[in-house]
Design a protein around this ligand. Structure first.
Ligand SMILES: Cc1cc2nc3c(=O)[nH]c(=O)nc-3n(C[C@H](O)[C@H](O)[C@H](O)COP(=O)(O)O)c2cc1C
Length: 319
């Protein structure tokens, strides 16, 4: 963490105690405790899905690991419908015991978890791809709504970020968190300009030294362009973005249509050649702007420098 760089705050990032308004977003299988510690020490909000630890006992150990290394804020992602109810309850309790400051809920209704989290002073974010679900999540008690725009890594929406963030902001009482394709400080500035209070970044952090992704996954992330990303519901039943090169048969087929993608994914999964997510790798269109594999602390310093240069360079900035 370079101390000469300025602290940039929004109302929400100030409340959380961050140095820069960015979340290192949770990523199934590849986010880990080391990323959370590095993100926390760099002054952003690190996170991981609790399910990235195979057992509940391992998850508790991971929380101890984090707590022993940083006293700064971090978040845990609870994937409601993807987690066995018993494990969900155990992991939630562990978060409360460890005083995890932020819980990010996804894939389900967060009402009950939000109610219990609030009793302990825990902040809850929930992710959505449209206004209808955003209003439901707000009603359910979420303290911030993550709007996942077109082009995002993981399960992504189809609305342009240019519309999604200001649209959500116009209709919500709680803060908007911008997700989708943000890989540079320039885009963090754009997200805040569009009304978001935090930028939620996944793909850029695949290419971090601390990330648990395989070296080839990281290399593909820094060497790809938007055409390398396919948006399909064939892998998990919900539309998500994937690196084309990891779908057998599509490695070199930038023009493949929807049916061809569907057929290739089905063949790979049913034929046993690929396991969803483990072999077919997700990333968003932000791969185009993720250039180098680096420690998270250095990525955050880069983001702050780019942010400052961008804001200073906006025509009329001095008005
Ligand atoms: C490999 C991968 C796995 C993901 N897994 C999860 C997950 O388990 N839970 C979740 O809420 N979001 C998940 N996401 C979505 C991210 O948290 C975040 O919304 C997204 O990465 C933001 O878009 P970006 O990748 O363009 O920055 C995943 C994203 C990626 C790239």
């Amino acid at each position: 963490m370079t101390t000469s760089l300025p602290t940039i705050q929004t109302a929400l990032s100030k409340k959380l105690g961050l140095r820069f308004p960015v979340v290192c977003a949770p990523m199934f299988l590849i986010s880990n405790k080391e990323m959370i510690v590095a993100a926390a020490e760099a002054g952003i909000l690190g996170s991981m899905p609790s399910l990235n630890l195979r057992t509940h006992a391992q998850f508790r150990e991971a929380l101890d690991f984090i707590r022993a290394r940083t006293d700064r804020p971090f978040a845990i992602n609870l994937t409601i419908r993807l987690t066995e109810p018993e494990r969900l309850e155990q992991d939630f309790e562990a978060c409360l015991d460890a005083r995890v400051p932020v819980i990010i809920t996804s894939y389900g209704n967060p009402t009950e978890l939000a109610r219990r989290a609030h009793e302990k002073g825990v902040t809850v974010f929930h992710d959505v791809i449209n206004l209808k679900h955003a209003l439901k999540a707000q009603e359910a008690g979420a303290d911030g709504i993550i709007g996942v725009a077109a082009g995002a890594g993981g399960h992504a929406g189809s609305t342009s970020p240019f519309v999604l963030y200001p649209y959500l902001r116009e209709h919500l009482k709680v803060p908007v968190i911008a997700a989708g394709c943000i890989a540079t400080g320039r885009q963090v500035a754009a997200a805040l300009t569009l009304g978001a209070e935090l930028a939620y970044m996944g793909t850029r952090f695949i290419a971090s030294t601390e990330c648990g992704a395989e070296p080839r996954y990281k290399a593909l992330t820094v060497n790809s362009n938007p055409e390398a990303i396919v948006y399909t519901d064939a892998v998990s039943g919900v539309h998500a973005n994937f690196l084309r090169e990891t779908i057998p048969g599509l490695e070199d087929a930038p023009g493949a249509d929807k049916a061809a993608v569907q057929a290739a994914v089905q063949k790979a999964i049913e034929g046993g050649a690929s396991k969803r997510w483990r072999d077919i790798w997700s990333a968003g269109q932000g791969v185009a702007l993720a250039k180098e594999i680096k420690p998270i602390g250095e990525i955050v310093d880069d983001l702050i420098r780019e942010y400052v240069d961008t804001v200073r360079g906006i025509p009329g900035a001095g008005l």
